[in-house]
Design a protein. Structure first.
Length: 393
């Protein structure tokens, strides 16, 4: 056989090196195949997470999976999915999507669905709460890390324009030194453990956004006026793992001396008003009224006088809102920001702003409340026990 010349060897090496780049460039020019996993009849779909791929350039929705026949047909028609499957595992195997929205409201299904999507080679957008226990998050994040896949979690409020504007204003000194944060749940019929897991994860995500990672937690969880025990664990309509308590008060310590509280007590609903987070600084206060979209107000306190004090809450200048609170347009805009950031993170190899680690840490704060309440002491982060404290017998 004739030996190849040096020029031929260099040409072959160049072709070998260039081929993956050309393949990636070709792949980038093609729409990314996407799929949706739902489970109608068990919590239905999260707010608009079935429709996140509709009308999005560079993404082609391939299929939806839902075990409920009637729900599957409605979902396929609603989001215009070309194909539908009863079994999401079959869908993942046949369609091989690169993007998957794991949309059921029931978090007890999340671990199996997300792991299956990751193992099929897909980046994942997940409804919140991300998981039901830290051990589940550990398994998911390890799988995603090993495969270099990106996870985004639907904590939409951290990307809302009013919250982004407030974060920058706080960094610029609007409130002076940040001293404390006070979070209050919705405190409706779900007050206590259900409120903390379903809506409190949004609040805990916002606490971390402004104050960093918590250092420790203390808490009291009550059931009809007495301290809760593990035996008080119960399931919820939207199964988010075991919950306990109808009244919760918790305190978190953050770096630089910042303390935060979380309260969910139905008896406070009328006086607490809208669920959200209040930031207390050395020069003023700000309040995030949580919703989709959220609203941000700022207080500049006046001086105390015998006749009282005139305080006025006013909208934060430049904090635009989009869509009517709770409306479909507002959720579509909020989800669009999450997906835009997720796709940008995939393209640039960074972590999404609403990443899997963020979703995991919000759930870990919920678990810390139970650990602290059941143990009657201070619990430090990261939690040493990764199982759900109410599931430990």
């Amino acid at each position: 056989m004739d030996r190849p010349t040096r020029r031929e060897l260099l040409a072959a090496a160049s072709a070998a090196a260039t081929a993956p780049l050309l393949a990636r460039a070709a792949d980038a020019a093609l729409p990314l195949p996407a799929a949706v996993i739902g489970h109608t009849g068990r919590g239905d779909y999260g707010h608009g997470l079935d429709a996140v791929f509709a009308g999005r350039p560079g993404v082609a929705l391939a299929a939806v999976a839902d075990p409920d026949e009637a729900g599957r047909a409605k979902a396929a028609a609603r989001i215009r999915a070309p194909r539908s499957y009863a079994d999401y595992r079959e869908m993942l195997e046949k369609e091989r999507p690169r993007l998957v929205s794991v949309a059921p409201r029931h978090a007890d299904q999340r671990l199996a669905m997300i792991l299956a999507a990751l193992r099929a080679g897909a980046h994942v957008l997940s409804e919140k709460p991300f998981v039901t226990a830290p051990a589940e998050a550990d398994a998911i994040l390890a799988e995603a890390g090993a495969r270099n896949l990106k996870i985004a979690v639907a904590h939409q409020m951290r990307l809302a324009p009013p919250v982004v504007r407030l974060r920058q204003a706080v960094a610029d000194g609007l409130l002076g030194d940040l001293l404390a944060l006070h979070a209050a749940g919705k405190q409706d019929a779900r007050a206590g453990g259900e409120d903390m897991m379903v809506l409190g994860t949004h609040l805990f995500d916002l606490l971390r956004l402004f104050a960093g990672d918590p250092e420790w937690c203390t808490a009291r969880v009550l059931v009809q006026g007495r301290d809760a025990a593990a035996a008080d664990a119960r399931a919820t309509r939207d199964n988010v793992g075991p919950v306990a308590g109808d009244e919760i008060d918790a305190q978190f310590a953050f770096p630089r001396g910042v303390l935060a509280t979380f309260t969910s007590r139905g008896r406070l609903r009328e006086t607490a008003g809208r669920w959200g987070v209040e930031l207390v600084g050395s020069k003023g206060r700000a309040r995030i009224l949580c919703d989709i979209p959220p609203h941000v107000l700022v207080l500049k306190p006046g001086a105390w006088a015998p006749e009282g004090r005139a305080d006025a809450w006013a909208p934060l200048p430049g904090a635009e809102e989009d869509g009517k609170a709770g409306g479909a347009d507002a959720f579509a805009a909020a989800n669009r920001r999450v997906v835009d950031d997720w796709l940008d993170a995939i393209a640039k190899g960074r972590q999404p702003a609403c990443g899997g680690s963020d979703g995991a840490k919000a759930v870990e704060m919920v678990m810390a409340v139970y650990h602290a309440a059941l143990g009657g002491g201070r619990v430090r982060f990261p939690l040493a026990v990764r199982a759900h404290p109410l599931a430990i017998r």
